[in-house]
Design a binder for this molecule. Structure first.
Ligand SMILES: C[S@@+](CC[C@H](N)C(=O)[O-])C[C@H]1O[C@@H](n2cnc3c(N)ncnc32)[C@H](O)[C@@H]1O
Ligand code: SF4
Ligand code: SF4
Length: 429
C-alpha cells in the first residue's frame, strides 16, 4: 500500500520505495512490477539458538512497572536459582538437541544475586568446550550489585553486560527503586564507570513509561539522548513499558498522552537522524538503528526469535520466551529429546510461527515490513501488538522518510557511512 507521508511524499509499505511528487508517484504505480520486491528477512532458523537462563527469580529491586513481577515471574517455581549442576545439565541437553548455542544469557530477576554458580559454569565451559563451539555470554542485570570479583570475571570471559537506565536521574528513580538504595540511577552510573575501566562491553535498556510522559516537555528527549551519548555503552534499546494498573501504565485513552508520545518520538527520531549527517555518534536507539538499516537495504525486518530461542527457569522448565514465563502452562520439561515435545506443544508452535501477518493492525500499518517493535510475548499477553510501541515505530518511520527525501540527495556519502558504522556497533551478539 502507498501512504502519503506529507503533502508530496509517498511511501510504499510493500517495496519500501519513497517517491516525491504526484507525477513520480503515478509513474511508480504505472511501472510497479518493474520495481524490485523487498528482500526477505534473514532467517533465524539458520542460526543456533540463544539460551536464556532465568538465573534468579529473585530481585533486589521493585521496579514499579516490572512485567516479571519483581523478578519472580508470578512464583513459577520453588527453586529461586540454578546450581552449577543444573546449568551444566541444561547446557548438555540443549547442545544435544541443537548441536550448538549462539549465546548464553543470564537473566532474571537479578542474575547476579547468585553469581557464584554462574561463574563456576562459565569457567567450566571455557575449560572444557572447544573454542569453536563455545557460545558468547551475556548478563541482563539491574546493575546495582557489582563487586571486583564480578568485574574480574566479566573482563576475563568477555561477558556482554546489559543493564537498565530509564533516562535522566529524576525519571529513572521514580520507577526503578529498591529497599536501601537511595538512587538506582547513581548506582548504575557507578557500575558503568567501573565497566568502562575494564573495557567491558555494555548496552542499556531504556524503558519509558507514563512517568516520562507526565513530565515530558519538548527538549527533554534530546537531553536524555545527549546524556546517553556520553555513557560508555555501545547502544541503547528504547522501549515503551507495557504494564497495567500502576502509575507507569501509559494511558492512551487520554489524547494528550498520545500527542506527547508522538512529539517525544518525533524529537528522538529527528535528533538521531541528525547524527546520520554529522556522524556525531553511533550510540542511539537500536530500534531506530535497525529501521535505518532495513530501509537502506530494502529488506524486511525479521520477526522476534521467541520459540526459536529458549528460556529455562530454575525448575528446569523451558519457555519459548521470558516474557511469558509467568505461566507454567507455557513450558515443557528440559529433558533429553525435548525437541519432540516442543514440536507438539501448541504454545511453542504459536510462538514459533506468530508473525505480523496474523494481525489486521499490522497488515494495514505503514511500518509492516520494517517494524522492530513486534514482540510475540507481548502480543500474546495483550492479544495484539501494544499500541504504545506502535506509535513510536510509526513516527520513527515517517520522520525518517521525510528526512531521507530532504537530506539524502545532498548527503549521500555521510549518510551511507553513518549507517554502516551504526550497524557494526549495533551488532554485538
Ligand atoms: C525484567 S528485567 C530483568 C533484568 C534486570 N533485572 C533488569 O532490570 O535489567 C529486563 C528488562 O525488562 C524491562 N521491563 C520490565 N518490566 C517491563 C514492562 N512492563 N514493559 C517493558 N519493559 C519492562 C526492564 O526495564 C529491564 O530493562
Ligand atoms: S530490576 Fe529488573 S527484574 Fe528487578 S524489579 Fe526491576 S525490572 Fe524487574
Ligand atoms: S508498528 Fe505495531 S501495528 Fe505496525 S507492524 Fe509493528 S507491531 Fe504491527
Amino acid at each position: 500500500m502507498v501512504y502519503q507521508v506529507v503533502n508530496d511524499t509517498w511511501f510504499d509499505s510493500e517495496k519500501l520505495f519513497i517517491v516525491k511528487g504526484e507525477e513520480k508517484k503515478q509513474k511508480y504505480l504505472d511501472n510497479y512490477d518493474a520495481y524490485p520486491d523487498v528482500k526477505e528477512a534473514k532467517k533465524p532458523e539458520d542460526r543456533y539458538p540463544v539460551l536464556t537462563f532465568l538465573s534468579s527469580v529473585l530481585c533486589n529491586l521493585k521496579c514499579v512497572y516490572c512485567y516479571a513481577d519483581h523478578g519472580n515471574y508470578n512464583h513459577i517455581c520453588e527453586q529461586n536459582t540454578f546450581t552449577f549442576e543444573n546449568y551444566l545439565k541444561a547446557y548438555e541437553i540443549v547442545m544435544a538437541e541443537y548441536g550448538g548455542i549462539r549465546n548464553i544469557c543470564f537473566f532474571g530477576g537479578e542474575p547476579l544475586l547468585d553469581f557464584k554458580e554462574i561463574k563456576k559454569f562459565v569457567v567450566y565451559l571455557n575449560e572444557h568446550v572447544d573454542k569453536a563451539k563455545l557460545p558468547t555470554f551475556s548478563i541482563g542485570s539491574n546493575g546495582t550489585i557489582l563487586d571486583d570479583e564480578i568485574l574480574d570475571f566479566m573482563e576475563e570471559y568477555h561477558i556482554l553486560f546489559g543493564t537498565s537506565l530509564d533516562g535522566s536521574k529524576h525519571f529513572n528513580d521514580k520507577s526503578r527503586i529498591g529497599d536501601g538504595i537511595d538512587s538506582v540511577y547513581d548506582k548504575v552510573m557507578e557500575t558503568l564507570q567501573r565497566l568502562d575501566e575494564r573495557n567491558i562491553t555494555c548496552v542499556i535498556q531504556f524503558t519509558f513509561t507514563q512517568v516520562h510522559l507526565d513530565h515530558y516537555k519538548p527538549g527533554d528527549a534530546k537531553i536524555w539522548m545527549q546524556e546517553f551519548e556520553k555513557l560508555p555503552i555501545k547502544y541503547y534499546e528504547l522501549i515503551a513499558a507495557t504494564t497495567q494498573g500502576n502509575l507507569c501504565e501509559i494511558d492512551l485513552r487520554n489524547k494528550q498522552n498520545v500527542e506527547k508520545l508522538e512529539k517525544m518520538s518525533s524529537e528522538i527520531a529527528q535528533y538521531s537522524l541528525e547524527a546520520l549527517v554529522d556522524g556525531r555518534t553511533t550510540i542511539m536507539s537500536s530500534i531506530f538503528a535497525n529501521l535505518i538499516w532495513h530501509l537502506s537495504k530494502k529488506q524486511k525486518t525479521k520477526h522476534c526469535d521467541a520459540g526459536l530461542n529458549i528460556t529455562i527457569a530454575p525448575d528446569m522448565r523451558i519457555y519459548p520466551c521470558h516474557t511469558i514465563a509467568n505461566d507454567r502452562a507455557n513450558s515443557i520439561a528440559c529433558e533429553p529429546g525435548f525437541l519432540k515435545e516442543m514440536a507438539q506443544s501448541a504454545v511453542f508452535e504459536k510462538m514459533r510461527t506468530m508473525s505480523r501477518n496474523d494481525y489486521d493492525k499490522c497488515s494495514e500499518c505503514i511500518a509492516k515490513n520494517v517494524c522492530n517493535v513486534f514482540c510475540k510475548g507481548m502480543c500474546e499477553t495483550c492479544k495484539e501488538p501494544p499500541e504504545e510501541r506502535c506509535i513510536m515505530m510509526r513516527v520513527f518511520l515517517k520522520e525518517t522518510i521525510k528526512f531521507l527525501m530532504d537530506e539524502y540527495p545532498n548527503h549521500k556519502k555521510e549518510i551511507s557511512e553513518s549507517v554502516k558504522k551504526i550497524m557494526v556497533e549495533h551488532t554485538v551478539i
